[in-house]
Design a protein around this ligand. Sequence first.
Ligand code: FES
Length: 255
Amino acid sequence: MSQNGWHRVDPADVPDDGRVRSVVVDGRTVALSRCGARLGALENRCPHQGGPLGEGSIEKGLLRCPWHGYDYDPLTGKPPEGFSDGVAAYRVDERADGVYVQLPPLRTEVRTVADVMVETLVAHGVTRVFGMVGHSNLGFADALRRAEQRGELTYIGIRHEGAAAFAASAYGKLTGRPAACFAIAGPGSTNLLTGLYDAKLDQSPVVAISGQVPSKVLGAALSKMSTCLRCSRTWRCRPPRSTVAATTRSSRRWR
Ligand code: FES
């Protein structure tokens, strides 16, 4: 129940002093923290690369993102002096019957490029996706979630990208129909290669989909910024003919 956007937080989710946690409120996740007598609630998405702030920690009174260590004021969402990016902060009210957070109205969902990619996969008969979600493929992962909610496909999470590629290859061999494997940029995508080569050897229909870093940091000689095309050339094993590699950011780089 909510009134004017105020939502009651489950008492079991309210953090102890000096702690932050991810809390689901009205179906949305916020980073709820307690510093001294005060509670703060921030949008759970770090403005740097989307890290989950609720999984971070309170360090010297600041909320530290678990991914790359950016700090924010846990009450206001402002960064330390000298930095410009901040996080949306929500109002918090401690009442006699519990803690309340005021959230803005839900945004209307818009159809994204990732939605179109997923719709295209489904239209071509891909109804099983094996993969791993990470910060470079979150948009596509969200589109997969929406398609799964519509009953159009099944997403199977795996613990290593190699398993995703082998699972997709096995699915194709057993059913004759294509499945997709799905990974993040850089090392996640290169981990797909062994399973993709298995698909090539047995002519199994597999679609490989990868996230990608922003174009401006490509080619910086870091593993996170490698492209699968370059790796496949280095290894002298081009992706199988039946495999389509795509990226959520720039499909041209994969041609
Ligand atoms: S995603 Fe939060 S610091 Fe990079």
